[in-house]
Design a protein around this ligand. Structure first.
Ligand SMILES: Cc1cc2nc3c(=O)[nH]c(=O)nc-3n(C[C@H](O)[C@H](O)[C@H](O)COP(=O)(O)OP(=O)(O)OC[C@H]3O[C@@H](n4cnc5c(N)ncnc54)[C@H](O)[C@@H]3O)c2cc1C
Length: 380
């Protein structure tokens, strides 16, 4: 037993994901960073291994497992050190497709979920807009009912998997006169639908194996049956799913920070300066030991938040604290780990150089630190 939170099944899942990371991601991650793409064969292999449907219902091919299982997937994928790969998968499994599993009709679920679980199709979730990020309710994309169709107009920004996704879950205003969070609905939009296009593929500081896009909707007509969940209640679906999104993003932070410390401790134990290894300098080993302590604290909060979610308890305060703490901590860890790698840490051959770039967004995306702290303060 690795922790009081986990069962034997959880431990088994952890070792399966760990094996996949060692055998498939570590040897190929650098090549995917170069090409900016993850081969579909890899996603289908993950589907065969059951990693893409961990939370989804058994009747659609999933495992029907709990939030602790999502936590394990996030943490173990993050140990690979390849944030671009990890986020591609986690957007599909834990940020986009839960919208369908949580709010979809029987017909919608039958149509898409088995292919989502097998890795045949890749999903994205499009909420953010050029003028509406943290302030989700201020979105401007509209969906107007026209007979047996909805007509979407507007644009979405920074959408992970936006270029390669086959199906995108899109938030739009269905009642533009409604104030604040009301009047927003979710829709299922398939790639290739007339009026739906990728405006730009965005170049990024990190997460280079992950594609990020601006999406454009110009009189994009989709069938009335593409409404996902209740009309005008989409904001609440987005907020509900944010908890899972923030949990796995925090898992990425914890996993990547752990791996960076592992790499750095290994490095300083071998690197010699002034007649001894860097590890012999008390200031170095103590700073690393303190970071280990902080990361362990973040990990236990992460497990605790996942455990509360797995029991359907209100975890907004826990998850908000976790996202704020872990998103900042991973950047503190990366800064120090890069510092102790010396010049090598600035060179692209070193994993730490990429990890520093990848980690930066973890205090911004999916709920910036300041927004998370407001959620905590509201409950203080
Ligand atoms: C690589 C990447 C991938 C992404 N993937 C997706 C995706 O797949 N789908 C999707 O919908 N979105 C995605 N996003 C969007 C992401 O969630 C937003 O960037 C994030 O929510 C912040 O919104 P914003 O960029 O508009 O910043 P803004 O809302 O303009 O905020 C800017 C900064 O102001 C501060 N701030 C904001 N609000 C407050 C406040 N209330 N109090 C104090 N300070 C505040 C924070 O420091 C924040 O970082 C992605 C972003 C990136 C960079």
């Amino acid at each position: 037993m690795t922790s009081p939170y986990f069962t034997e099944e959880h431990d088994m899942l952890r070792s399966q994901v760990r094996r996949f990371v060692d055998e498939v991601i570590r040897p190929n991650g650098e090549a995917w960073e170069e090409t900016g793409q993850i081969p579909r064969t890899v996603l289908r292999r993950m589907g065969e291994l059951g990693f893409l449907g961990i939370r989804h219902p058994v009747e659609y091919g999933g495992s029907g497992a709990d939030a602790l299982s999502s936590a394990i997937l996030a943490e173990e994928l993050a140990h690979s050190s390849f944030g671009g790969f990890t986020v591609t998968v986690l957007v599909h499994t834990d940020m986009a497709s839960p919208h369908l599993a949580g709010s979809g009709t029987e017909e919608q679920k039958r149509r898409y979920l088995p292919a989502i679980v097998s890795g045949e199709i890749l999903t994205a979730v499009a909420v953010t807009e050029p003028d509406a990020g943290s302030d989700v309710a201020s979105m401007r994309t509209t969906a107007r009912r026209d007979g047996e169709h909805w007509v979407l107009n507007g644009s979405k920004m920074f959408i992970t998997n936006g270029v390669s996704a086959d199906v995108v879950f899109v938030a739009a205003k269905t009642d533009p006169s409604a104030k604040g969070s009301r009047g927003i609905s979710m829709f299922i939009v398939e790639r290739g639908t007339a009026g739906f296009s990728v405006g730009r593929k965005l170049k990024k500081q990190g997460w280079r194996a992950s594609d990020t896009a601006e999406l454009v909707f110009e009189d994009c007509r989709i069938p009335a049956a593409s409404l996902l969940g209740d009309e005008d209640r989409g904001f609440y679906a987005v907020m509900r799913n944010f908890q899972n999104e923030r949990l796995v993003l925090s898992g990425m932070a914890v996993g990547e920070a752990t791996e960076a410390l592992r790499l750095t401790i290994d490095y300083v134990k071998n690197r010699k300066a002034f007649g001894a290894t860097l590890w012999h300098k008390q200031t170095i080993r103590q700073r690393l030991a303190m970071l280990e302590a902080k990361v362990e604290a973040a990990r236990q909060l992460f497990y605790h938040a996942a455990w509360r979610m797995s029991r359907a308890a209100d975890a907004v305060r826990d998850v908000s604290m976790l996202k704020a703490f872990a998103g900042e901590l991973v950047n503190e860890v990366m800064y120090t780990c890069q510092q102790f790698h010396g010049g090598f840490g600035y060179i692209q051959e070193s994993a730490i150089e990429r990890m520093v770039r990848d980690a930066r967004v973890l205090s911004i995306g999916g709920g910036a630190t300041e927004v998370m702290l407001e959620e905590v303060a509201k409950r203080s």
